[in-house]
Design a protein around this ligand. Structure first.
Ligand SMILES: [Zn+2]
Ligand SMILES: [Zn+2]
Length: 153
């Protein structure tokens, strides 16, 4: 699921909400300027597709499957969803698979590495997939944060 698709869904959702605004008290509020997306749920991002896997892989649902065609599809989607939602564990797990704890700025391995938003949340980098995250060592992360704060003054 791309960010574009998320935005499209949200737009569609808004229209739906306007039509039945007397029926629903729940409104999903997503923001690129927030680190966590509280109301975001899996069913919203990946609605069931009749007869086919909801992940979009195109596989036909056989047997008694109702949503995902395989455990892999289910896991992949859950990881993407948790990352978009801002779940720290999911972000760190995925990022470690990619960077193995090596700082993308200076190349040094740091066992207390941090997950950095490449485009900061304050600049609209929230509500993002793993492609907006990078591993930084404590030193480089501090430096980056310092420079960002300075450029905001
Ligand atoms: Zn699938
Ligand atoms: Zn570094």
């Amino acid at each position: 699921m791309s960010l574009h698709q998320v935005k499209k869904n949200r737009h569609r959702d808004k229209n739906v909400n306007m039509v039945k605004n007397t029926l629903t008290t729940f409104e999903l509020v997503l923001s690129e300027y927030r680190r966590y997306q509280k109301g975001l749920n899996l069913a919203y991002l990946y609605p069931s597709i009749n007869g086919h896997c909801a992940c979009g892989c195109g596989n036909v649902l056989d047997g008694r499957k109702t949503k995902w065609s395989s455990r892999e599809c289910n896991n992949k989607v859950y990881s993407e969803f948790a990352i978009l939602k801002g779940n720290t564990n999911a972000i760190r797990k995925k990022l470690f698979e990619i960077d193995n704890g090596f700082c993308r700025n200076c190349g040094v391995y740091d066992e207390s590495w941090e997950a950095d938003h490449i485009n900061p949340v304050s600049m609209g980098g929230g509500l993002c997939g793993i492609d907006n995250f990078q591993t930084l060592c404590l030193y480089c992360h501090k430096e980056k944060t310092k420079n960002q704060t300075a450029s905001h003054r």
